[in-house]
Design a binder for this molecule. Structure first.
Ligand code: HEC
Length: 102
């Protein structure tokens, strides 16, 4: 009875060490939620994009480009202001998480 529980605890620990935070937590803590909405498809402005279910590679590249300034169109300046809050690993976690939302 005890062994499976221990294994579960060990694997949960392993996961939390591998990734400090999960996508849902990052999405809230890094302020993404403030503009893109709690489900990532009800943005606060009609001209802000819905990002739930977006292709992970594409989303990651857009985040990197908005952060670096390579993408500087439309409303991207609004988002650039918060991108110092996320590093490459966190952007990847966010992109993967977003891609799995319905
Ligand atoms: C201040 C508002 C704001 C915040 C905060 C914000 N975004 Fe954005 N985001 C935008 C806007 C506006 C765009 C569209 C930019 C444009 O018009 O080019 C965008 C674009 C994107 C895109 C590209 C969408 C596409 O279809 O090309 C992704 C992915 C994205 N945001 C993810 C995030 C993530 C993840 C976070 C949190 C780290 C975040 N955003 C924080 C406003 C914001």
């Amino acid at each position: 009875m005890k062994k499976p529980l221990l294994c579960l605890a060990a694997s949960l620990l392993a996961v939390s060490f591998a990734h400090a935070k999960d996508g849902a937590t990052l999405y809230k803590e890094k302020t993404c939620i403030a503009c893109h909405g709690k489900d990532a498809k009800t943005p606060i402005q009609p001209n802000y994009p819905k990002i739930a279910g977006q292709n992970a590679d594409y989303a990651l590249q857009q985040m990197k480009d908005i952060k670096s300034g390579a993408r500087n169109n439309g409303q991207s300046a609004a988002m650039k202001g918060v991108m110092h809050l996320v590093n490459d690993e966190e952007m990847k976690i966010l992109a993967d998480w977003l891609s799995k939302l319905k």
